[in-house]
Design a protein around this ligand. Structure first.
Ligand SMILES: [Zn+2]
Length: 304
């Protein structure tokens, strides 16, 4: 019988740790909030005290999802934009505290592995996983495994240009998908139309009754679709899976996504491509961490 795993989800503002069964059921979970600013020593002590609250006696391995650039070979957080922390050896810290072998990767890759292990891509060997929240990140599954690229950074779909000379992006360029269709861009587009500053979450609730909000979601879906189908023309995936907070408004994005599909997708080459919301639900990143751990505990599953 397969054993459980210990999963750790490191976010910018919070930490989660839990025990996950081989079927992807979260059996227990504990949470710690992080302060607005913190350094590596504070992060380590928060992580250690969280680990001490979990009974990992039923676990064979551990996995951790990391909030930024990561080295998947060592499970190290190389750079976290939120906190500015560099070279944080998360997997090593977890192994030293728990005695379990530990794997780690950035949260978007972890979610993609999670989707392939527990979610809507169990039988899908080629798919794109795209997180839409305060930023936009992507992960490519090709021929049944994660495609990482020469420098480990494949999948940065958030920096495809969708609006020439558009809004300034954090990467220094203009008009990137992330700058035009992530949460802050949704708020900014509505504020430009109406003068009112509301979060993307509030605008999702408002869209039923507010025409300006509805139009912003439609345009966001269209720009998102432009990026998704441009990527699909290159990669020929079977599915594109959307996760992250903004993707909870999937039905509001869909009209724009379908319009973009008609305009940008080479449909004869991609006849059965579907765009779907994640099957992992609220704990996507935690389940992603669990999937990394199952890769360690049962390496044969990777190449099934
Ligand atoms: Zn960019």
């Amino acid at each position: 019988m397969q054993k459980n795993v210990l999963a750790v989800d490191m976010g910018g503002s919070k930490l989660l740790a839990g025990v996950v069964s081989p079927e992807g059921k979260v059996l227990s979970v504990v949470r710690a909030e992080l302060p607005r600013t913190y350094d590596a020593a504070a992060l380590e002590s928060a992580l250690l005290s969280l680990l001490d609250q979990v009974d990992a006696s039923s676990c064979a391995a551990a996995g951790v999802s990391l909030p930024g650039l990561a080295d998947a070979k060592t499970g190290t957080l190389l750079y976290a934009p939120y906190s500015g922390i560099r070279d944080f050896p998360a997997a090593r810290i977890i192994t030293e505290r728990t005695g379990l072998p530990a794997a780690g990767d950035n949260d978007v890759n972890a979610c993609a592995v999670g989707e392939a292990t527990f979610g809507v891509c169990k039988d899908v060997s080629d798919f794109l996983w795209v997180t839409v929240s305060n930023g936009i990140g992507g992960s490519i599954f090709a021929n049944g495994r994660l495609y990482t690229g020469a420098f480990g950074n494949a999948g940065e779909i958030g920096h495809l240009c969708v609006v020439p000379n558009g809004r300034k992006c954090g990467c220094g360029k203009r008009g990137c998908l992330e700058a035009e269709a992530a949460g802050p861009a949704i708020s900014a587009a509505y504020e430009k139309k109406t003068g009112k500053a509301l979060s993307a979450k509030d605008l999702a609730a408002l869209a039923e009754t507010d025409r300006a909000a509805k139009a912003v979601w439609r345009r966001t879906g269209y720009l998102l679709g432009k990026g998704l189908f441009t990527a699909a023309n290159l990669l020929n995936p079977e599915k594109i899976v959307l996760g992250g907070g903004v993707s909870l408004a999937f039905s509001l994005l869909l009209p724009g996504i379908l319009k973009a599909r008609r305009e940008f997708l080479f449909s004869d080459a991609n006849p059965h491509l579907t765009v779907v919301p994640t099957g992992l639900g609220y704990h996507a990143s935690l389940l992603g961490a669990a999937a990394l751990a199952f890769g360690l505990a049962h390496p044969e599953r990777k190449d099934d």
